[in-house]
Design a protein around this ligand. Structure first.
Ligand SMILES: [Zn+2]
Ligand SMILES: [Zn+2]
Length: 486
């Protein structure tokens, strides 16, 4: 049977597509890389033509002009615009199987950014873009999903959680709604920007079982359409409405309390000024039945359930603290594109300007440089408490007051942390000095990620409580069912 690419696939196709995953992107900055080929036959294809077997062992890839040069472990050299390493026989992925690729950037731009080595089953393809390598892993969607569910969370999670993560990840891919990388010949990248994918590096027999048990199954609405099944790490107690995150509605997604039907946590829906403090720090947190809370998934158990690149706890509740000087330096750096340099002409001083939107706005107005921070105010909170507007009030060098408005939960999180703040569901607490300026700023918050769709730690909590995959999916998405599409 001929192969079907993901971009050609539709519900009527009736068979498994293959996917092209960008595992090394040109902005990662790799000019050369090492790939260790396993001791089983791989064929080399150069510019679409077979160039014979390639020796097992360490191969070096490097950019050479607009081509890629490959030297294999026997010293044989090849060059081409597309270098492909193709396994002669397809193999059932097991932990560590396939080609081992080194110096791969992961967690791009987030807290957990680092360089690691990944093992990748299927075909590897390398191209050069502006002096940097593009590395693509091409493989069947089901094998890809094994590498997603063991990267997003750990392959040691309960099998009903792994099945849930698998059908949700499969649905997100097959729904085809987000094409973020049209500049390169890939379907998705391997990172949080799309879905995390770490190849066979962390596969477990339980993860393989979860993928096989749900083969081809996707989350569909009552009309049979695959839903765009978003997910994030921890909703914080209330599942966020998609309108509040992406400024658009999505079938099957809505705000809801992440707890059983009779839970007392229902009193917090929606979050308001009157209940936000209690929601963030109240005594009820000790004994709540909210699925993503430490009362259901204890923090001490999380390290074995989280993905290998995740650090710390589940961030159901968190606190980040800055001195005023630290936060001023951070804002000057994160919002550098809106501040005028000294002597540069700038916009009107009395009108607040909008810093960022979704998609980001091109800045045509610049404001005078932030010298002293006066206040931070959060507005436009969604049902989960996530703010989608933040007012920054500050003084310029001449002591004049200005305001900037940062829009979208994503841009707020980007602006307020060296890498990325856990969520925009937080309250600002300030100590002020005699001059009335903040001396210490605490951000006391809930949740990790945008909070819409499936809550991964909540789904883990449900699986630990004995819920099955279908029940978990139907808790996070409304009016949906599971259907095998191939
Ligand atoms: Zn991506
Ligand atoms: Zn949750």
């Amino acid at each position: 049977m001929s192969r079907c690419s993901l971009s050609e696939w539709s519900v009527g196709t009736g068979r498994e597509p293959y996917i092209r995953v960008g595992v090394v992107l040109p902005p990662d900055g790799n000019e050369r890389m090492r790939a260790d080929l396993p001791d089983r036959p791989y064929e080399l294809h150069v510019n679409g033509t077979r160039a014979g077997r390639i020796a097992a062992g360490a191969a070096e890839l490097r950019v050479d002009g607009n081509q890629v040069a490959l030297t294999d472990s026997s010293g044989a050299k090849h060059r081409g615009t597309a270098i492909r390493l193709v396994p002669v026989e397809t193999a059932q992925p097991v932990q560590g199987s396939g080609v081992r690729l080194h110096d791969v950037l992961t967690g791009r731009g987030f807290h957990w950014q680092k360089r690691v080595s990944f093992s990748l089953e299927g075909t590897l393809e390398f191209r050069a873009y502006e002096g940097r390598l593009l590395g693509i892993n091409e493989l069947g969607l089901e094998d890809y999903l094994q590498g997603v569910i063991t990267a997003e969370m750990s392959g040691l999670c309960p099998v009903e959680f792994l099945k849930t993560q698998c059908v949700v990840a499969r649905s997100w891919v097959l729904a085809h709604t987000e094409q973020k990388h049209t500049e390169w010949p890939i379907d998705r990248c391997n990172d949080d920007c799309c879905q995390r994918y770490h190849g066979t590096s962390y596969l477990t027999p339980r993860a393989t079982e979860a993928v096989l048990a749900t083969r081809g199954q996707a989350v569909v609405d009552s009309a049979g359409h695959i839903i765009d099944a978003n997910y994030s790490k921890n909703c914080g107690g209330i599942i966020e409405a998609p309108e509040h995150v992406w400024f658009t509605s999505k079938t099957g997604q809505r705000a809801a309390v992440d707890a059983p039907a009779g839970s007392t946590a229902r009193r917090f829906m929606p979050i308001s000024d009157a209940n936000f403090d209690e929601f963030l720090t109240g005594a009820w947190l000790e004994s709540t039945d909210v699925f993503c809370s430490p009362a259901v998934v204890p923090d001490c158990d999380l390290p074995r359930y989280l993905g290998s690149v995740d650090e710390g706890g589940g961030h159901f509740r968190w606190c980040v603290e800055y001195t005023r000087e630290q936060l001023e330096a951070l804002l000057r750096r994160k919002l550098a594109h809106v501040f005028a340099e000294a002597g540069e002409s700038s916009g009107p001083a009395d009108e607040p300007i909008l810093v960022a939107d979704l998609p980001p706005r091109v800045m045509d107005v610049r404001v005078p440089m932030l010298v002293k921070l006066v206040d931070l105010r959060l507005r436009q909170r969604g049902p989960s408490g996530r703010a989608s507007e933040m007012d920054i009030e500050y003084l310029d060098g001449a002591g004049r007051t200005h305001r900037i408005v940062v829009r979208s939960e994503y841009r707020i999180r980007e602006a307020l942390h060296d890498k990325f703040l856990f969520s925009s569901a937080f309250k600002v607490q300030m100590d002020r000095d005699e001059a009335g300026l903040p001396s210490r700023i605490r951000l006391v918050g809930a949740g990790w990620g945008h909070g819409a769709g499936l809550c991964q730690i909540g789904a883990l909590g449900m699986a630990l409580k004995g819920y099955a995959c279908r029940d978990i999916v139907r808790h996070y998405f409304e009016g949906v069912d599971l259907r095998a599409l191939y």
